[in-house]
Design a protein around this ligand. Structure first.
Ligand code: GLY
Length: 428
């Protein structure tokens, strides 16, 4: 093998022999260069792969709202007159509930929102009909859910029609709710009994305070406001853990006002963070701040938002597992209802906070809306029993409503879509 010696340390001269002689290193080097050059020319002549453009969120909002209108008009057409859509059973058959069940306000409420979005009189008629079925609920004092039922239905109706004939119904509903308040505990009793305790209060109860804030403004009677504030304050004192997650159920002692037990009903464990519970807390304190302008509530809402958004178990697409501490994560069920409530609350919260947090909350809300609007979560027209979203979890420990549509997931999804649309229109 010819070796190149450069004994005199002189730069070698490239002779034609060097080019021709196959074992010389220089022709080999040049051939490699030539091949690389050809490859580069070939690659540069290939069409560039198209950059994947993200669909604008405005377009996603319109598409999802159109789908919601289609689904819910159809739902109205097949639904018995006095019943409300709740979910689907294991065979995919519609599960309905009578007016007494806590979810009965969500279908009329969704119809009101869709009327607001479209101005379509047929949707208004549907909303009016479905709302009227709830009239007798104003006297229901059996649980705290009267706020969900009456504010979503009658409350939205009043907001959009300004028809004051429904005001007494909502005031009576507020009376029914405060009949469950006790001065010693300082909170509204959510249920009649839980695990032998007779004064259980659940984090969900924060949602129903909105009815009382409304009643105070309209009636001029401060008692509704005082009770709502007392409940919200006690809930901050007792319901939250060090990491700002909340317990689901607290049992109070009506003789001393003390907390007897901290438990769960719908979460994975007493010490776990049930996803929808965190969502109710976030929405509840955001609403309480908006009604009172008390900074304490804003801080609490931010703490909850950050617990949710910074949690290592929150998936990248921002649809939480049904419990942040579900034992089988990452193979556990996601809960579209918690995601929808969180997105709606974050959009409102983003309006009350400064720049960095505003961006954080709005970005997270948009991620949720994008995910819920993709084909994994958003029903195709005429499918999913005419519900809008798939993959909600109602009550996992009771083995009930797992990976199904839920009327409240739909309601808060529609609300979030409309809130984000309005916010975008305001800032543009
Ligand atoms: N308020 C009942 C629930 O969130 O399932």
């Amino acid at each position: 093998m010819l070796k190149f010696h450069n004994q005199n340390n002189v730069t070698p001269f490239l002779s034609s022999r060097d080019l021709l002689y196959p074992s010389s290193p220089r022709p080999y080097f040049l051939s490699v260069c030539f091949v690389i050059l050809l490859a580069l020319i070939f690659i540069s002549c290939q069409p560039m792969p198209k950059e994947k453009k993200e669909t604008p969120i405005e377009e996603i909002i319109e598409t999802s709202l159109d789908r919601a209108i289609h689904q819910y008009k159809q739902m109205h057409a097949v639904l018995p007159d006095t019943l409300f859509p709740r979910s689907l059973d294991k065979e995919g058959k519609l599960v309905t509930n009578p007016r007494q069940w806590w979810t009965s306000g969500f279908f009329p409420g969704s119809l009101w929102y869709l009327f607001e979005h479209t101005g379509d009189e047929s949707l208004k008629q549907m909303a009016l009909e479905r709302t009227a079925v709830l009239e007798k609920e104003q006297y229901n004092t059996m649980d705290h859910d009267i706020g969900f039922k009456m504010l979503c239905s009658y409350g939205n109706g009043l907001r959009l029609t300004k028809d004051s004939i429904t005001i007494p119904i909502l005031i009576q509903s507020s009376e029914s709710l405060i009949s469950r308040f006790n001065d010693t505990t300082g909170v509204i009793k959510s249920w009649e009994e839980f695990k032998g305790y007779t004064y259980p209060v659940i984090i969900d109860n924060m949602m129903n305070l909105e009815l009382l804030f409304w009643a105070s403004k309209v009636s001029g009677n401060h008692k509704y406001y005082d009770i709502a504030v007392s409940h919200a304050n006690k809930t901050i004192d007792n319901h939250f853990r060090e990491d700002n997650s909340s317990y689901h159920v607290l049992a109070y002692d009506t003789n001393t006002g003390k907390v007897l037990a901290k438990m769960t009903a719908q979460g994975a464990a007493d010490e776990s963070a049930w996803a929808r519970g965190q969502a109710w807390g976030l929405y509840g304190y955001t609403m309480a701040y908006s009604e009172t302008k008390d900074q304490k509530y804003l801080k609490q809402a931010e703490k909850i938002a950050n617990f949710i958004l910074d949690h290592p178990n929150l998936p990248e697409d921002h649809i939480p597992y049904w419990d942040f501490n579900a034992p089988d994560i990452p193979n556990s069920y996601r809960d579209a209802s918690a995601a929808a409530i969180i997105s709606s609350a974050l959009i409102e919260l983003s309006e009350y906070v400064k720049d960095a947090s505003k961006n954080k909350y709005l970005t997270a809300a948009s991620i949720i809306i994008r995910t819920l609007s993709n084909e994994n979560y958003l029903a195709k027209e005429g499918e999913n029993g005419n519900f809008i979203l798939k993959h909600g979890v109602g009550h996992k420990p009771a083995n009930s409503e797992i990976d199904v549509p839920l009327s409240y997931a739909d309601y808060y999804f529609i609300e979030a879509l409309i809130r984000l649309k309005k916010l975008k229109e305001r800032v543009e």
